[in-house]
Design a protein around this ligand. Structure first.
Ligand code: ATP
Ligand code: MG
Length: 411
């Protein structure tokens, strides 16, 4: 990719209507554009990061046997009335609209109801179970306060997975598999070390739900962390009884601000009863399907990563999700010609700063602001020695590679 083909530009000045560092950096670097409070567009570089985050999630979820689908955002009133969640008193984040043809519809804040109904023609026997289905879908929530840039918005990307199991024990086994997959995802995304499975309020079918909380100063939650055990308690269920139940030692718990990047819920029969999703068991009896739901917010995750993995010079993307791997700067005519060849050879991983009027210093500053993992400088001098200079964004270390060694990284 050539920098001159990117329509976005970087700026030195921070937007004055953003509080969080991640929002300031993402806007300055041209990853996102703010439409209004709590509503953002993803620009080419930002979309590449978001897509990379979704790719990592997809790979790990496919590996535990779940299937991707995509549901519509437009919601049928009757389906939500069946579970008593159409009412604004029960669900206070609805965006609703009237149909010109008559009637009302809503913009999905989540998808338990439609996916439960959708499964009715496909699940009728124990032989049809279990089913694990997920999607990446735009959710709409009329949040009272939108803050921290893309970490809490009124339109956002969610990965939502729903499990349909024969019974509690089949459900519990998948629930744990999914919790493990979540930790693998957060490690690959570069926030695994600071992300903790956290006990939070449950529902009718389980005492607790599991949140995945990432330590983060601008996070909205407060958690109490046992570092040795690697688990935490959300403030909402933090009390002596919970601490005792979980076998934790109050004096060892550290209080932290954190951001919820994902959560998993045992739903039990809540929705299968409301929408009558049942199956015939082996012994001929009719049983309700046992359900769970499992969310991750890829756009919030992107904000959390930008918040945590950045410094005074800009963003620092982990290699798995960086929009490009190499930010290429050529110094001198022969070097520029060589860069042109490399950029053409590997357009998906090389971003070549080919802007003729930009000074080298500006190019170097942009490499850092954009957070590309490696800045690669080729000058006529290094070229004469058959060398390239690589500077790693994460630790500032510089190494010299031969042209061949660098070429091998591009294939
Ligand atoms: P929160 O407690 O932060 O309001 P939630 O418990 O309502 O979130 P879920 O409904 O379970 O969250 O959504 C699944 C995931 O979607 C969350 O773990 C979070 O990562 C993300 N998410 C939820 N609300 C938003 C939002 N307004 N903007 C961006 N991401 C969100
Ligand atoms: Mg929550």
């Amino acid at each position: 990719m050539k920098r001159s083909q990117l329509f976005t530009k970087t700026t030195k000045t921070s937007p004055n209507d953003e509080v969080s560092n991640s929002a300031k950096l993402l806007i300055r670097a041209g990853y996102v554009y703010k439409e209004m409070a709590g509503v953002y567009d993803y620009l080419p570089l930002g979309l590449r990061v978001l897509n990379n985050i979704m790719r990592v999630i997809r790979e790990e979820l496919n590996a535990i046997g779940s299937q991707e689908l995509q549901l519509t955002a437009l919601q049928n009133k009757e389906v939500w009335e069946a579970s008593n969640r159409w009412s604004d008193e029960v669900m206070d984040v609805w965006f609703k609209t009237k149909l010109n043809a008559g009637g009302e519809l809503g913009l999905a804040p989540t998808h338990e109801e439609p996916i439960t109904r959708l499964m009715k023609p496909y699940i009728s026997s124990y032989k049809d179970l279990p089913v694990y289905a997920y999607q990446f879908q735009t959710k709409f929530r009329n949040e009272l306060r939108a803050k921290s840039g893309i970490m809490r918005t009124r339109e956002f990307m969610m990965k939502d997975l729903y499990s349909f199991s024969k019974d509690r024990s089949e459900h519990d086994a998948f629930y744990e598999q999914c919790a493990d997959a979540y930790m693998r995802i957060f490690h690959r995304l570069g926030i695994g070390e600071d992300t903790f499975r956290t006990f939070a309020s449950g529902g009718a079918f389980s005492k607790f739900s599991d949140e995945f909380q990432t330590l983060c100063e601008v996070g909205e939650d407060t958690i109490y962390l046992d570092r040795d055990k690697g688990i935490a308690i959300n403030e909402e269920v933090y009390n002596d009884a919970t601490i005792r139940d979980l076998g934790l030692d109050k004096t060892k718990l550290e209080q932290h601000k954190a951001a919820e990047v994902g959560n998993i819920f045992t739903l039990g029969y809540r929705f299968s009863e409301a929408l009558d999703l049942a199956y015939n068991d082996e012994d001929g009896s009719r049983k309700q399907v046992f359900m769970g739901s499992y969310g991750i917010g890829p756009s919030r995750v992107m904000g959390v990563i930008a918040e945590k993995l950045s410094d005074e010079h800009g963003l620092i993307w982990p290699t798995e999700i960086a929009p490009y791997q190499y930010y290429l700067v050529g110094i001198g005519e022969a070097a520029e010609r060589h860069c042109a060849k490399l950029a053409e050879q590997a357009p998906e991983i090389v971003l070549w700063d080919d802007r003729p009027t930009a000074r080298n210093g500006e190019k170097f500053a942009d490499a850092e602001l954009l957070g590309i993992p490696c800045r690669v400088v080729i000058s006529d001098k290094t070229l004469a020695d058959s060398k390239v200079e690589i500077k790693h964004r994460v630790n500032g270390q510089i190494e010299l590679l031969t042209l061949d060694e660098f070429n091998n990284k591009l294939v």
